[in-house]
Design a protein around this ligand. Structure first.
Ligand code: DAK
Length: 256
């Protein structure tokens, strides 16, 4: 069976491409299993400092695989191996950037929303069409979409099932940049490379603090920020960063 993902290591950035074009990258258990393994590899590999996740020009991912879903009963859903995937991607600590072209629907939109940064091609479409199937989002679609785009647009998207285009996604804050479709991956890789050149511990703690801001009160978030900031003050890379600035050279970070 052909691989459901392709993986390229581009120096310190890993490019992971969903590879089920015949089904618009619909997310089967097997595909999500491979993706979970790949995230575990990337997490453990000290030379990987950022991951870019993408699909193809027609689809980032058109949601959970409906053929597979049709075969699942309630027990199957409760024991669904895909649940473990969503836990793993939520816990992924390195920067994750989604380069989205074409359809990002249902679980595909939820997958993209797990990324820290979303870059969209001009023709990308984001939607939660589960309501059309008599169900609702089940992998964070109600929670993350509302935090990303606000109540009114999230309600509209989830209750009507109608997707939004890249321009509206940009205006709403779901994505941070829109590119020509052929440049989406390139732009995501450039951002990933830039992040990969920064001090790894600072990147990791900054990501953690920013994610915390989405689900905690201000005082707790500020406490976490202060704690992380203090922790970084004792690192080799903090001293190296400041010394390199004074000596007008590029810093040599060690992740220590
Ligand atoms: N599943 C399986 N196959 C799919 C698919 C999908 N989601 N989407 C597309 N395909 C397949 C089509 O069946 C077709 O295959 P053949 O018939 O040629 O064999 C091929 O991909 C090309 O699709 P179309 O011919 O339909 O292409 P069009 O350009 O005409 O239309 C479309 C593109 C994206 C508008 C349309 O394919 C579409 O509406 N697709 C379904 C989109 C959808 O409803 N997605 C949401 C699924 S529900 C969970 C967490 C999350 C979820 C579930 C559980 N747990 C934590 C337990 C998530 C649920 C969902 O995502």
């Amino acid at each position: 069976m052909p691989a459901l993902l392709t993986v390229e290591q581009l120096e310190s950035v890993r490019l992971v491409t969903l590879n089920r074009p015949e089904a618009l990258n619909a997310l089967t258990s097997a595909l999500l299993g491979e993706l979970a393994d790949e995230l575990a590899n990337a997490e453990q590999d000290p030379t990987t400092h950022a991951v870019v996740l993408t699909g193809n020009r027609k689809a980032f991912a058109a949601g959970a695989d409906l053929k597979e879903m049709a075969e699942r009963d309630l027990v199957g859903i409760l024991n669904d191996p895909r649940v473990a995937f969503w836990q793993r991607i939520t816990a992924f600590s390195k920067p994750l950037i989604a380069a989205v072209n074409g359809y990002a629907l249902g679980g595909g939109c939820e997958l993209a929303m797990h990324a820290d940064i979303l870059i969209a091609g001009r023709d990308a479409q984001f939607g939660q069409p589960e309501i059309n199937l008599g169900i609702m989002p089940g992998a964070g679609g109600t929670q993350r979409l509302l935090r990303a785009v606000g109540k009114s647009l999230a309600m509209q998207m989830v209750l009507t099932g109608e997707p939004i285009g890249a321009r509206q996604a940009l205006a709403a804050g779901l994505v941070s940049e829109v590119t020509e479709p052929e440049l989406t991956v390139e732009r995501a890789l450039a951002i990933a490379r830039r992040i990969a050149g920064q001090a790894p511990l600072a990147v990791r703690l900054a990501k953690e603090a920013l994610l915390k801001a989405q689900d905690t009160d201000l005082a707790s978030g500020l406490r976490l920020e202060r704690h992380a900031f203090t922790l970084l003050a004792g690192t080799h890379d903090r001293n190296e960063g400041i010394r390199a600035f004074q000596e007008k050279r590029r810093p040599r970070y060690r992740g220590e």
